[in-house]
Ligand binder design. Structure first.
Ligand SMILES: [Zn+2]
Ligand SMILES: [Zn+2]
Ligand SMILES: [Zn+2]
Length: 476
């Protein structure tokens, strides 16, 4: 690990700094998890070894809990599952994901000792657990987990003190990393990556983390000087500084004093009124429209969870009609509604309208996010595909190229989603050329292509990106 070094970050405790200069897209380090588990809710739909989503999984004949793509995955996952398998059988059921993760970690450490790789910069023992910072109700749940863990932990496994066990629960509570599926679109499990725990937060960070082929990669978002602290953002930037600070305080137990929080950078844009012909709406008008959107977002979310997509469209449309004349194109509530609207419209195959809202969403994001933010890249990809589906090939190709440029930095060329994007880039480029030569031929070819749905993005609109905006997993 000659790329990074541990140092004392003023006001933050331990942190990591760069030992040399890095450029946008450089992988600073890659790391395998100490251990990872599939979420309880997805235990039958995600492979417990490779974390891929598959339609047909085979379940473990012994515990009937773990599921795998095939024999190869089952064999690959056996070392991690062996003790878990018999513990689940004895216990009578699988305990929750936190308990399963702590148990897997302990079995691994018991077998291999505190240092499992020569790349490892810290031990689990040295990480902070923040148990003394916990709120009362959180503490209650915490104690229930520990109690259940003790019932689950086999008598013939090595016994540990309550302190050791609580410490691990505390560490995964604030540092359990959301593991996403192979395409990076949905959080499907939680894992612990020790070196990553050393990377401190900044709301405007110089690095990003991405899971690629089972390992996380810390990637540089821009030029980083030798000696500079390496940071990632634990929360989505599309919240006001006050909201981010509150979230960081309750979830990660620290006050964010980054430049963007101190100066409330871009907060004004995120809550701005729309200026029209030199006239701005009054403060009350902006507040009224913001409050209205806020209330509606709740209703929209409920309708979406119920799968009532026509209701979602109706609510969004009403909200946009009322708020759009008053709120700026960078207002974060308006942007959230654009995002939902485009996703649902695209699912319902109203591509033109979906494209329109997706473009507005990206235009707002561009003014707010860091130019190499992964969420911006994903939004540009979605907008590009939607425009392509709507037959708006010029804008579509432009958006896909923009998304590709960002994902080359945030995900890198070998990530499955970057490869998908590259294929789309090539196809839309070819189509664009055809479009410019002969519009009629292009349109008839597009009809045929749409029927085959080669670029389908029409999964259930559950705002897949939302689920992965928070860096670390939080128990519900
Ligand atoms: Zn698998
Ligand atoms: Zn099993
Ligand atoms: Zn901050």
């Amino acid at each position: 690990m000659e790329n990074v070094a541990i140092f004392d970050s003023p006001g933050k405790g331990r942190g990591l700094k760069a030992n040399k200069e890095f450029w946008a897209g450089d992988v600073i380090f890659a790391e395998a998890s100490l251990s990872a588990v599939v979420f309880d809710s997805l235990a039958e739909r995600i492979c417990h070894s490779c974390f891929r989503r598959q339609d047909k999984l085979q379940r473990c004949g012994q515990c009937k809990f773990a599921h795998y793509c095939d024999r190869t995955c089952q064999r690959a996952g056996w070392a991690e599952h062996k003790q878990e398998c018999s513990a689940i059988k004895t216990f009578g059921k699988a305990p929750n994901e936190n308990i399963r993760l702590v148990a897997r970690i302990l079995w691994r450490l018991d077998k291999e000792g505190g240092v499992v790789s020569d790349m490892q910069l810290t031990t689990l023992e040295e990480l902070e657990d923040h148990i003394c910072d916990m709120q009362e109700d959180e503490m209650k749940e915490f104690k229930v987990d520990i109690h259940n863990f003790l019932d689950y932990w086999p008598r013939n496994s090595k016994q540990h003190t309550i302190d050791v066990i609580s410490h691990i629960f505390g560490v995964i509570n604030c540092n359990g990393f959301s593991v996403s599926d192979q395409r990076g679109l949905q959080a499907v499990g939680v894992g612990l990556f020790l070196n990553l725990c050393l990377v401190n937060h900044n709301c405007w960070p110089n690095c990003t983390v991405i899971l690629n082929h089972g390992k996380i990669e810390l990637r540089a978002l821009g030029k980083i000087e030798e000696g500079e602290e390496l940071t990632v953002s634990y929360v989505d930037y599309l919240n006001l500084s006050e909201e981010r600070q509150r979230h960081l305080k309750t979830q990660y137990f620290f006050e964010c004093t980054c430049e963007h929080c101190k100066n409330k950078t871009k907060d004004d844009l995120k809550m701005a009124g729309r200026e029209k012909d030199g006239v701005k709406p009054t403060e009350e008008q902006v507040k009224e429209a913001s409050d209205y959107c806020y209330q509606m977002m709740d209703k929209i979310e409920k309708a979406r969870l119920n799968g009532d997509y026509h209701e979602v469209v109706k609510l969004c449309r009403g909200c946009i009609e009322k708020a759009e004349p008053v709120l700026a194109d960078t207002h974060i509530y308006l942007l959230r509604i654009y995002s939902t609207m485009s996703e649902v419209q695209s699912y319902l195959q109203y591509f033109e309208e979906a494209a329109d809202y997706a473009r507005k969403m990206v235009e707002g994001y561009v003014k707010l996010y860091h130019p190499n933010n992964a969420a911006l890249g994903m939004a540009a990809m979605r907008a590009g595909v939607t425009h392509w589906q709507a037959g708006l090939i010029e804008v579509g190709h432009g958006m896909i190229c923009k998304a590709y440029a960002i994902l080359m930095v945030t995900h890198g060329p070998t990530h499955p989603i970057t490869k998908d994007l590259d294929a789309m880039r090539v196809q839309t480029e070819m189509e664009l050329r055809m479009f410019k030569e002969n519009e009629y031929v292009y349109h008839s070819m597009r009809e045929a292509a749409l029927k085959n749905k080669p670029m389908t993005m029409m999964h259930e609109p559950k705002s897949v990106e939302e689920g992965i905006k928070d860096l670390f997993h939080r128990r519900k």
